[in-house]
Design a protein around this ligand. Structure first.
Ligand code: HEM
Length: 486
């Protein structure tokens, strides 16, 4: 206790020292005036009515495409237009492809083998190569398509038991995604529909872990406090990580003892490449974590936008009737469903699941749009502001999927006005899987069910508030009443 009091009384002294020793840079980007020690924290976090991504998009209107914010003592640079994003993600891709690691995720045994959080080391290059050429290669994805179709069929079948009842879309869609990922990773389901509470299950543990990581951590603003872990967030994250790892420990052991002759899933590929348990755990976690939450949030937004826009919903269904008819949707049908694909892009433009992408870091001091970006600044790209920039988009707040039929703008990272999966060397590795899974689930849901709103609410009553949590979520969660379509 005495030690704790002594440590706490040292904090102000340490903070003053930080202030005095802070390097002075010339020609920094514009930004709101920072307070000593606390920087812009009050501007960002005192108005809890407005979500952070909207506050930052509004601030960029005043301060410009590149602005600097001080989170405590830490500089954060925010790029908020397509031009600024291109400078960061293309022109200076090498410098900005380092990652800023969230404090709560700095778990020593994990970071060393992380694909998401490591810098562009040789190990990271090897991981990306294995993921691109083996795990998510077109051949592997093609070979596993029947499993994903089967998992989606199970969701559709399960919903029959819920006809006429209020269903929280994200709960079961998240479960379906976890089962798809479970089969990608080790050919097993991890979610059971009948166990709706799923307490202590992988779904809850992963969500809890991501939630803890998303909580504001004081060490983020004053890194000198990192080791103290004052809020215990790192400890809590570590605890969930260890519990999640235990869930697949037996599967890994069993597979090591009985290896498959050819590579059927991620575990086979990793074992064939002589990965150890720590490496396998890190990669499994980084498939379940980023793969489930982002896709689930995106599906929820597409469904909500379609419910809110009955004309567009009718067009999707017409297309599905013409292409799929009375059969079930297959992944091979997806290229023949351009309107469905356009609806997904339009929802991703308006509500990108990762509105600031994943945090980057300036590996060196660098000049962007005439301003100096100090070495080690956190660098964020505001994909949300970019997707709604009136300079790039006509009627930017309107859900109008046709705009994607009228242009060749796509999300593969070459069109900087639309970058929901990021761009450059750190672009999302899961995109080939997400772009198959999301339309398959959305198409199957709207083809098989009418999705009414609870309490007889009309589409125009549906609230579309955004909440920045693990990803950009709809608030409140979308609830529907499914009714099988004739
Ligand atoms: C709608 C679905 C998804 C969205 C919107 C999304 C978005 C993103 C974004 C914005 C990034 C950071 C890109 C950057 O820094 O430029 C990213 C990275 C990543 N994503 Fe996704 N993602 C999705 C699905 C998935 C899936 C299904 C997986 C895996 C199964 C996945 C795994 C990853 C990984 C491992 C990284 C880190 C790559 C690296 O740092 O080298 N994502 N994703």
């Amino acid at each position: 206790m005495d030690l704790q009091i002594a440590l706490f009384s040292l904090i102000p002294v340490i903070l003053v020292l930080i202030l005095l020793l802070k390097p002075k840079y010339k020609n920094l980007p514009p930004g709101p005036h920072p307070w000593p020690l606390i920087g812009n924290l009050p501007t960002l976090f005192t108005n809890t009515e407005v979500p952070l991504h909207i506050t930052l998009a509004n601030m960029a209107r005043t301060h410009g495409p590149i602005m600097i914010l001080w989170l405590g003592t830490q500089p954060t640079v925010m790029a908020s237009t397509a031009e600024a994003a291109m400078e960061i993600l293309k022109t200076h891709d090498r410098i900005f492809s380092a990652r800023h690691i969230r404090m709560s995720f700095r778990l020593k045994h994990h970071i060393k083998y992380s694909l998401v959080w490591s810098d562009c080391t040789d190990y990271w290059k090897l991981l990306r190569k294995i993921v691109r050429t083996e795990i998510f290669s077109p051949k592997m994805l093609q070979a596993q398509s029947h499993v994903r179709e089967q998992k989606v069929a199970e969701l559709i079948e399960f919903l029959r038991s819920k006809e006429g009842q209020v269903v929280k879309i994200s709960q079961f869609v998240f479960g379906t995604l976890l089962n798809i990922l479970g089969n990608v990773v080790f050919s097993k389901d991890v979610f059971v529909y009948s166990d709706e509470t799923d307490k202590g299950g992988i779904q809850n543990l992963i969500r809890e872990m991501l939630m803890i990581g998303a909580e504001p951590n004081v060490a983020e603003f004053y890194p000198i406090l990192e080791e103290l872990d004052l809020q215990g967030l790192k400890k809590k994250c570590d605890d969930r990580f260890i519990r999640v790892m235990k869930m697949w420990e037996g599967t890994v052991k069993e597979r090591k003892a009985n290896r498959n002759e050819e590579s059927k899933d991620m575990l086979d590929v990793l074992l064939a490449n002589d990965f150890n348990d720590a490496q396998i755990n890190a990669l499994f976690l980084e498939t379940f974590g980023p793969g489930s939450e982002t896709s689930s949030a995106t599906i929820e937004w597409v469904i909500a936008e379609l419910i809110k826009s009955p004309k567009e919903m009718a067009k999707v269904r017409k297309e599905l009737n013409e292409v799929v008819g009375t059969s079930t949707i297959k992944e091979s049908d997806l290229p023949q469903l351009p309107y469905l694909q356009a609806c997904i892009k339009e929802a991703m433009r308006l509500h990108p699941a990762a509105p600031f992408l994943l945090p980057r870091r300036a590996a060196e001091t660098c000049e962007v749009m005439g301003y100096t970006i100090p070495k080690n600044s956190q660098v964020l790209v505001n994909a949300y502001a970019i997707g709604r920039d009136p300079k790039s988009w006509k009627d930017p707040s309107t859900f109008r999927p046709e705009r994607f039929l009228e242009s060749d703008v796509d999300f593969h990272g070459a069109h900087y006005q639309f970058i929901p999966f990021g761009s450059g060397r750190r672009t999302c590795v899961g995109m080939p899987l997400a772009t198959r899974t999301i339309p398959l689930i959305v198409g199957s849901l709207v083809h098989n069910y009418d999705l009414g709103l609870p309490g007889g609410n009309r589409p125009e009553d549906l609230k579309m508030n955004e909440m920045l949590s693990l990803s950009l979520a709809i608030d409140p969660s979308l609830c529907v009443v499914p009714k099988a379509r004739a």
